[in-house]
Design a protein around this ligand. Structure first.
Ligand SMILES: Nc1ncnc2c1ncn2[C@@H]1O[C@H](COP(=O)(O)OP(=O)(O)OP(=O)(O)O)[C@@H](O)[C@H]1O
Ligand SMILES: [Mg+2]
Length: 221
């Protein structure tokens, strides 16, 4: 269960405090697949940064399955981000010097003891992503859609409870966007919560609950 209660976020600027999120509430049950739309600059990426444990809110309470990430020590917060959250960004953010298979394994390197099953899982995810013949390619040798499908496999390698996507198909043509959306949704059965920010009504329509962020608050739409 994901719960936000009275979340506000302010940035201090030379012109004074700038309030981006204003007493925002959200509850998502296990298995939720939610989209968030809203005008540019309304705070969508800011909200994802809070949910991802990257940026503390100015006030309010956030819990994921009962854990308060911002009450954890910095080391425990890093573990929370690694183990509980998957991120997919508009830009794939793959490491250019690593192969497709190695990129997908990067999140597993934070574990103190190697997981012998991780390469098996990575291969399986990449097969599901249609990248069976691309495991040893470097990112520069992939199409945009293949890069983004690799990034989706990387986000899922540790089976996170929450998958956060910021414009995951924003850089892709129609066919590649549709394939990436298929993958995001098909690989996320079960209790994982998937939350995607998008400007694409077509992508949003693939999700089962829909929100609009406006004036610092979320409304079901
Ligand atoms: N570190 C910061 N300091 C000051 N203002 C910031 C900071 N980060 C973001 N902002 C401001 O917060 C607002 C919300 O930014 P955010 O990136 O969350 O928007 P967004 O809804 O994701 O927009 P887009 O659809 O264009 O990606 C913007 O007006 C931005 O300028
Ligand atoms: Mg944004």
């Amino acid at each position: 269960m994901l719960a936000l209660r009275g979340i506000s976020k302010e940035y201090s600027t030379p012109a004074g405090p700038l309030r981006i999120l204003d007493s925002l509430d959200l509850s998502l049950p296990p298995g939720a697949r939610a989209s968030i739309m809203g005008p540019s600059g309304c705070g969508k990426s800011t909200l994802l940064a809070i949910l991802g444990g990257l940026e503390a809110p100015t006030s309010g309470e956030y819990t994921l399955d009962g854990v308060h990430p911002y009450a954890l020590s910095p080391a425990a917060q890093a573990t929370f981000r690694n183990q509980s959250i998957g991120f997919v960004f508009q830009d794939h953010c793959l490491l250019p010097q690593l192969t497709v298979l190695e990129n997908v394994l990067v999140p597993t390197l934070a574990s103190p003891s190697p997981d012998p099953e991780a390469p098996v899982r990575a291969r399986h995810l990449l097969h599901q992503a249609g990248l069976r013949a691309r495991l040893d390619h470097f990112p520069a040798q992939l199409s945009g859609g293949e890069k983004q499908r690799t990034a989706i496999a990387r986000a899922l390698i540790l089976e996170p409870r929450l998958l956060l996507c910021d414009e995951p198909t924003g850089n892709l043509d129609h066919a590649s966007a549709s394939a990436a959306a298929d993958l995001l949704l098909s690989l996320s059965d079960g209790p994982r919560i998937v939350l995607a920010v998008t400007h694409s009504a077509e992508l949003a329509a693939r999700f089962t609950s829909h929100f609009t962020l406006r004036d610092g608050a979320l409304r079901a739409s």
